[in-house]
Design a protein around this ligand. Structure first.
Ligand code: SME
Length: 155
């Protein structure tokens, strides 16, 4: 199965548009994403809990490491730079943190509120090599903005 970003956008709107709790939104997004695509073998969030420090948030898949400083790993690189990390071969990424020996490729995206505050990174691991494309970066970034970055309604 391959993710359809338009369909998932509609699903996530229905499930989260009235929700303001960020953890609840992360849990819902991790679940819907994980089950939408056979490439996604680990899907979850690492939250910014202190300056330069990430801690695990809601996720689907095998256990993930609990703490990641901004100085380490693909997630740390994303949090440090604010840029999407699209990694076709995790073994070629200096400092990659392997939560599962089966992981071959990875994409990590920044998660920001409407005011630009970095609150987390979204991490998706695949057991398939070179699994992610720029289309995934575009589609996932769109979903993140929809769920976390849209200005809250004033009503
Ligand atoms: N691979 C990530 C660590 C998180 S586990 O994959 C869930 C990294 O290098 O930051």
């Amino acid at each position: 199965m391959r993710i359809d970003y338009k369909t998932l956008s509609q699903t996530l709107h229905a499930l989260t548009s009235d929700e303001t709790d960020e953890i609840a939104k992360m849990a819902t997004m991790a679940c819907e994403l994980h089950h939408a695509d056979d490439r996604f073998d680990w899907t979850g969030f690492y939250r910014v809990v202190a300056p330069e420090l990430l801690k695990i948030g809601p996720y689907q898949g095998g256990h993930g490491c609990l703490v990641i400083p901004f100085s380490r790993g693909v997630c740390g690189a994303c949090a440090r730079t604010g840029e999407v990390q699209l990694v076709p071969d995790v073994d070629a990424f200096p400092g990659h943190i392997a939560c599962a020996s089966s992981t071959r490729s990875e994409i990590v995206l920044p998660v920001r509120r409407a005011d630009g505050t970095l609150i987390a990174v979204l991490d998706i691991d695949s057991d398939q090599p070179d699994a992610f494309e720029t289309e995934d970066a575009r589609g996932l970034s769109m979903l993140i903005t929809q769920v976390f970055g849209a200005p809250e309604s004033c009503d």
